[in-house]
Design a protein around this ligand. Structure first.
Ligand SMILES: CC(C)(COP(=O)(O)OP(=O)(O)OC[C@H]1O[C@@H](n2cnc3c(N)ncnc32)[C@H](O)[C@@H]1OP(=O)(O)O)[C@@H](O)C(=O)NCCC(=O)NCCS
Length: 156
């Protein structure tokens, strides 16, 4: 058994988080270029400088094993503008390392993030999940998320 602690990301942990983000993207089917990862790091730093509670990490045995990045309202995070309606937040990124899955880590991360969002007056939380990601869809449905919109993509 392992004990996971959910806490806010500290700025000095950003490089470790970047490594996990790379694993996440690789698993989703592509090799992210360094430039993309650097943009992501910049955005996440912008988010925690605005509000440290928005980036939750799962921590065990001295390392980060999962993360959940949320954004709120209409806000400019280092150039990334998230257009969200009033009193709504958005879970932008969620990942748990393979070896730590199916033990409630993602559930704990989301519940922690949502508890904070609720405490500051947020009334609705959205997230985007790929239609083929059955595991994640099942988890979100279990947590009370319901289909709200269809996100359409056209390949160029
Ligand atoms: C989707 C993802 C975040 C889920 O992470 P996770 O930590 O395995 O999720 P949880 O453990 O909280 O929930 C998964 C399952 O474990 C079950 N579970 C929850 N707590 C548990 C516990 N204490 N013991 C055993 N199982 C548990 C859940 O009920 C769920 O089971 P179900 O699918 O049969 O309903 C993870 O698979 C992942 O990172 N995938 C790749 C990236 C990705 O798809 N991200 C989401 C994009 S939107």
């Amino acid at each position: 058994m392992f004990k996971v602690k959910i806490c806010n990301l500290a700025e000095q942990q950003i490089q470790e988080l970047k490594t996990l983000k790379k694993l996440c993207e690789t698993e989703l089917g592509w090799e992210p270029p360094e430039e993309y990862l650097d943009e992501w790091v910049k955005a996440v730093l912008g988010i925690i400088r605005h509000d440290q509670n928005l980036v939750k990490i799962a921590y065990t045995n001295g390392k980060i094993v999962g993360y959940c990045v949320a954004v709120k309202k209409l806000h400019n995070y280092e150039g990334v503008v998230m257009d969200i309606t009033w009193k709504t937040a958005y879970i932008w990124d969620l990942y748990v390392a393979k070896e730590y899955r199916n033990r409630g880590v993602a559930t704990a991360l989301i519940e922690n993030a949502i508890a904070y969002l609720k405490s500051i007056g947020i009334e609705k939380v959205g997230l985007l999940v790929n239609y083929w990601n059955e595991n994640a869809k099942k988890l979100f449905e279990k947590l009370g998320f319901k289909l709200w919109s269809h996100f359409l993509v056209k390949k160029l």
